[in-house]
Design a protein around this ligand. Structure first.
Ligand code: AMP
Length: 288
């Protein structure tokens, strides 16, 4: 069944207040639309845990820099609604920009500079302030019990978890594993920008993570060796332009002094038009 589409904050609150009054748990999946199997995994996870499942589709101008693809970000409400319905989503919140930002601009922003200026933040300095601000606003609008986010955007997930902790937002943040294409490419709405040769080349991000993982699991203690190996794989693909390949402590986001604890490998590269990101976690127990 297709979800009920709601486009105003007032209407959504009335609908959700009724469910809350009846004691139903609300699960929330925020997205920018152009839904694919990665989004579907979040919605299915919410369906299994919560009585009411709400997904939002909002291409948030605050998180795009002037040079980025806000105007032509892929949009298809009909197919999004169909996929959301197949996943058992009850409500689809699709606000306009004017509904979310009626004054045109916000005077309030949520900033987490210590996390947001690293990695993605070096290339996209305003991005995470836009993300944290809109997610805070959406969580205030919806008031969910649980909110679902993908590990695909690992730094974003860490920022949202920290924002929720720091501001005591009453929601459980659920991180969901990365859904991939058969060749290992992480699913992303921006993959539609890839030409066929670029699409083939794009699996190099996963190959780089595999190379890094093999080195860590082989017992390497020096993060630089892992970084060098991942960079070499991406630099070996002529259609890919490396942005970063790194290994971090998933709690501090710093490169660790050695590899004798849990680490996260992260890569970012431009392949043709889109800038793609991917990551994988390695737990120390699995290395031993
Ligand atoms: P987006 O529409 O790109 O803003 O993504 C909405 C949510 O879906 C975010 O929490 C993403 O991390 C998550 N997501 C996007 N792609 C994937 C994927 N391939 N696997 C798992 N989650 C994903």
């Amino acid at each position: 069944m297709s979800p009920t589409v709601i486009s105003t904050i007032a209407e959504l609150r009335t609908e959700l207040d009724d469910h809350r009054r009846d004691g139903r748990s609300i699960g929330f999946v925020p997205t920018m639309g152009a839904l694919h199997a990665g989004h579907a995994s979040l919605m299915t996870r919410a369906r299994a845990a919560d009585e009411i499942v709400l997904a939002s589709i909002f291409v948030n101008p605050l998180q795009f820099a002037a040079t980025e693809d806000l105007a032509d970000y892929p949009r298809d409400l009909n197919s999004d609604s169909e996929l959301a319905g197949e996943c058992g989503v009850d409500l689809l919140f699709v606000p306009t920009v004017a509904e979310m930002y009626p004054a045109g601009t916000l005077l309030t922003e949520v900033r987490l500079p210590r996390l947001a200026t690293k990695l993605e933040g070096l290339t996209r300095p305003t991005h995470f302030t836009g993300v944290a601000t809109v997610v805070a606003k959406l969580l205030n609008i919806v008031g969910p019990c649980r909110a679902y986010f993908g590990e695909k955007d690992f730094q974003q997930l860490a920022i949202i978890r920290r924002m929720v902790d720091d501001l005591s937002v009453p929601v459980e943040v659920v991180g969901c594993t990365i859904v991939r294409e058969d060749d290992g490419l992480a699913m992303s709405s921006r993959n539609v920008y890839l030409t066929p040769p670029e699409r083939e080349a794009a699996s190099v991000l996963r190959l780089a993570l595999d190379a890094g993982e093999a080195i860590v699991k082989g017992g390497a203690s020096n993060p630089e060796a892992v970084i060098a190996a991942m960079s070499a794989v991406i630099n070996g693909e002529p259609l890919a332009q490396l942005d970063y390949a790194t290994v971090i402590d998933p709690l501090t986001f710093e490169i660790p002094a050695n590899l004798n604890h849990d680490v996260r490998l992260l890569v970012a590269a431009r392949v043709g038009r889109p800038r793609l990101i991917d990551n994988c976690g390695i737990s120390f127990e699995k290395v031993l």
